[in-house]
Design a protein around this ligand. Structure first.
Ligand SMILES: NC(=O)C1=CN([C@@H]2O[C@H](COP(=O)(O)OP(=O)(O)OC[C@H]3O[C@@H](n4cnc5c(N)ncnc54)[C@H](OP(=O)(O)O)[C@@H]3O)[C@@H](O)[C@H]2O)C=CC1
Ligand SMILES: O=C1O[C@H](COP(=O)(O)O)[C@@H](O)[C@H](O)[C@H]1O
Length: 478
């Protein structure tokens, strides 16, 4: 039986211990990993195999749900460590020799780049130069973490480097939002049912609102975040992915090419964002955080209006907003339907009413809420009622972390939930001008909002200019 190796560059880092190893452990417990598996950590720190296993176990106590010691001990036998400076080509002979010894025969290899983005290109080039990209008795694949570039030009450069060493079908650019069950459920909701798709267009939908609110602030990530800001960190990738799932046409089949073709078409149909269709803000004490520039204009919050110029969506605005240091952590998609063409009844509470609101609750509430108008008993008037679906009530299986699904997909060679090179470039092409505007911001600082608030007041004014409000979704914790 061919061995499968997962070789993690950046093995002593935060993502490895907090997400990757727990995800692999959970899949090992479920017996979803290949029987013959090697998990090999690579970074510069000088651990022995056992030091590395011990270190991971300490962290696993924090990040693994109900750590079973015996299961962990069995799992840890498959973990190895190779100290190496992956930026140095002269270290690759030894790395290759160590890997071959650990594998003990022909092996499939999944390389996982969990290092700082400036190391992606040198490591890929080194893998190529060392011949470690060659499908030599087993396949070779590579997962590349986000961010993939910092703008269109750098993403194109990186894609060039990638394609010099790997074929596109060997490349898995990760966006962990696509690994969330509730994000994938958008496609199931739309395409595994008949009753929603006929109303899923400009004929019935007034607008779509996507919110990704976070309570965490910049924390210890200022080095990265103050250069990235919310537009690069959340909009260009995660939020656009959610938008594509909501807006795409039904693919002919659920395979990587068909799915990604349809997603790219959505990006290509989005109208360039005009002045006034995006606002930027910073939480009040952001500039005091360690590592943030004294006069930083990096937005920690943004609201953006996108318009998709195609038959399905023409005239339906997509309002996107995301920020850090907000009141609640919640990701939700609110679809606001149009009012009935002629209203026969009145609203019992004197509000306009008559607009159905469908909320796709991504996290932490995982489910769907549908608001509709219902007759108030004893009155000739309606009031809003709600139908709710929650994953936790409907299914006994836990939804699991996004990385669990994505790593398994890469092992199985299914790239449907990963980003293709043209998709990532189209996303940057759309966001580059918005980012440029936020950076210059017409010479003024971004708006300010208080920590623990719902964001800047200007975000309410922004949507109010179109005669709309940010709709309450009903998603728990909103
Ligand atoms: N942490 C998170 O939650 C998320 C992270 N990401 C992305 O994942 C990647 C990793 O992030 P994170 O784990 O937080 O980063 P860390 O800074 O915690 O870890 C970086 C790792 O890279 C290793 N490293 C640095 N230089 C070299 C080198 N020359 N050769 C080999 N290894 C090296 C470091 O180990 P050593 O010093 O021992 O060499 C360390 O293990 C980044 O691209 C980030 O953007 C994406 C989404 C979320
Ligand atoms: O990629 C990132 O995502 C997280 C938010 O992820 P979630 O799964 O917790 O919603 C964000 O905090 C981080 O800044 C960003 O780099």
């Amino acid at each position: 039986m061919t061995i499968t190796s997962i070789i993690i560059f950046g093995a002593s880092g935060d993502l490895t211990r907090r997400k990757l190893i727990p995800a692999l452990f959970h899949q090992y417990q479920r017996k979803k990993l290949p029987e013959q598996i090697r998990i090999v950590g690579v970074s510069r720190t000088k651990y022995s195999h056992d030091d590395f296993r011990d270190e991971l176990k300490e962290h696993a106590k924090e990040f693994v749900k109900k750590l079973d010691e015996d299961n962990w001990a069995e799992f840890a036998k498959n973990i190895y460590y190779c100290p190496s400076d992956a930026a140095k080509i002269e270290e690759y002979d030894e790395l290759q020799a160590n890997l071959e010894e650990i594998e003990g025969g022909e092996a499939n290899r999944l390389y996982y780049l969990s290092v700082a983005p400036f190391l992606y290109a040198p490591i890929i080039q080194n893998l190529g130069e060392a011949g470690m990209n060659k499908e030599n008795g087993g396949w070779r694949r590579i997962i590349i973490e986000k961010p993939f570039g910092t703008d269109l030009e750098s993403a194109k450069e990186l894609n060039k480097v990638v394609h010099n060493t790997f074929q596109e079908d060997q490349v898995y650019r990760i966006d962990h939002y696509l690994g969330k069950e509730t994000a994938q459920n958008i496609l199931f909701f739309r395409f595994a049912n008949t009753i929603f798709e006929p109303v899923w267009s400009r004929n019935y939908i007034d607008n779509v609102q996507i919110t990704v609110a976070e309570t965490v602030d910049v924390g210890t990530r200022a080095d990265y975040y103050d250069k990235a800001g919310v537009l690069r960190d959340m909009f260009q990738n995660h939020i656009l992915q959610l938008l594509m799932l909501v807006a795409m046409e039904p693919p002919a089949s659920f395979n990587a090419t068909a799915l990604r073709n349809e997603k790219v078409k959505v990006l290509q149909s989005i109208r360039p964002v005009a002045n006034g269709e995006a606002i930027f803000a910073q939480y009040a004490d952001y500039r005091k955080a360690k590592g943030v520039a004294e006069k930083s204009v990096t937005p920690t919050y943004a609201a953006v209006k996108l318009q998709i110029d195609n038959w399905r969506w023409k005239g339906v605005p997509f309002y996107l907003r995301s920020g850090k240091a907000l009141k609640n952590k919640v990701t939700k998609i609110v679809v606001e339907f149009k009012s009935p063409p002629h209203m026969l009844f009145k609203n019992a509470v004197g509000k306009p009413g008559g607009r159905n609101i469908l909320s796709l609750c991504i996290q932490p509430d995982e489910g769907i809420h549908l608001q509709f108008e219902a007759k108030v008993p004893g009155e000739q008037a309606f009031r809003t009622a709600e139908l709710q679906f929650h994953y936790s009530d409907a299914f006994s299986e836990p939804t699991g972390d996004a990385y669990e699904r994505l790593i398994l997909d890469a092992i199985e060679g299914d790239a449907a939930l990963f980003t293709r090179s043209d998709e990532i470039e189209a996303a940057w092409a759309l966001f580059d001008p918005i980012i440029a505007r936020s950076e210059h911001n017409h010479g003024t600082a971004p708006f300010t909002y208080q920590r623990g608030s719902m964001g800047p007041l200007q975000a309410d004014e922004f949507i109010a200019e179109d005669g709309r409000v940010w709709r309450k979704s009903g998603c728990v914790h909103e």
